[in-house]
Design a protein around this ligand. Structure first.
Ligand SMILES: Cc1cc2nc3c(=O)[nH]c(=O)nc-3n(C[C@H](O)[C@H](O)[C@H](O)COP(=O)(O)O)c2cc1C
Length: 225
């Protein structure tokens, strides 16, 4: 496969939730993981772990926890008003594709559970207030893992693999951790099904840049958007 430009990968790496049963060669998964660990992390701690689940029984266990957790979010998607920037067709697609995955997570030939070691509090900076400290803790924990997840998404795209970042499983996180033997001090951040996609890649459609890009201060539009 010819190498894909980085902008083409970014613009076409849409969420894919239906996969062919064909296995993904281990060396291809290794390339994805090598891309993941190029990501930045706070203080360069790299306290991340990538659990590649290919065993059908283990996939079933993780998939069952995802299905159970997804039952709780389903009413939200069934009842939420359609976001203004989405067409009816896009909202319909998000629901049907998302609901499909609720029942079919285990069908993907690879499940990637992206984890991070929980870090203790930073008492050295508590003089700035508990609220600031709590905000900082959540932000740095997430921001030390999700760049690696985005690298997984882009590497998959470049290698012709589909995937999607999912977090529903966190509602039943302990069940996933028990199924895969994840230690207590390890948190899970994303459960990503990976496989050769049934559907097509991109292009992704987003709100226009003009709606979200600002210049110098809130309320002042970025002029060239
Ligand atoms: C924080 C986060 C959590 C997500 N959780 C789920 C999830 O649990 N299940 C799922 O099917 N998709 C999940 N998604 C995928 C989003 O639905 C998807 O990225 C979004 O609809 C854009 O899709 P598109 O790139 O195809 O336009 C999540 C995405 C993010 C960023």
């Amino acid at each position: 496969m010819a190498d894909l430009g980085v902008f083409e990968a970014i613009h076409t790496a849409r969420a894919l939730r239906r996969f062919k049963p064909d296995p993904v060669p281990p060396e291809i998964i290794t390339r994805v993981l090598e891309a993941a660990i190029c990501a930045p992390s706070g203080g360069n701690v790299q306290d991340w772990y990538f659990v590649v689940v290919t065993d059908p029984e283990q996939r079933k266990r993780a998939g069952a926890a995802y299905a159970k957790a997804s039952l709780s979010v389903r009413p939200f998607y069934e009842n939420r008003p359609r976001p203004e920037h989405m067409t009816e067709a896009e909202e319909r697609h998000l629901r049907s594709s998302g609901f499909y995955l609720h029942e079919h997570m285990a069908d993907a030939p690879v499940l990637l559970l992206v984890c991070g070691r929980r870090r203790g509090p930073r008492p050295d900076i508590t003089n700035l207030g508990a609220n600031a400290l709590a905000r900082m803790a959540v932000a740095t924990a997430c921001a030390s893992i999700y760049p690696a997840v985005q690298n997984v998404i882009l590497a998959c795209r470049a290698l012709g693999l589909g995937t999607v970042l999912t977090t529903n499983h966190i509602l039943c996180e302990q069940e996933v951790k028990d199924a895969l033997g994840i230690p207590d001090d390890i948190d899970t951040y994303a459960l990503m099904p990976i496989g050769y996609p049934v559907g097509k890649f991109g292009p992704v459609r987003r709100k226009p840049l003009a709606a979200v890009a600002l210049h110098n201060r809130w309320g002042s539009a970025w002029p060239s958007a």
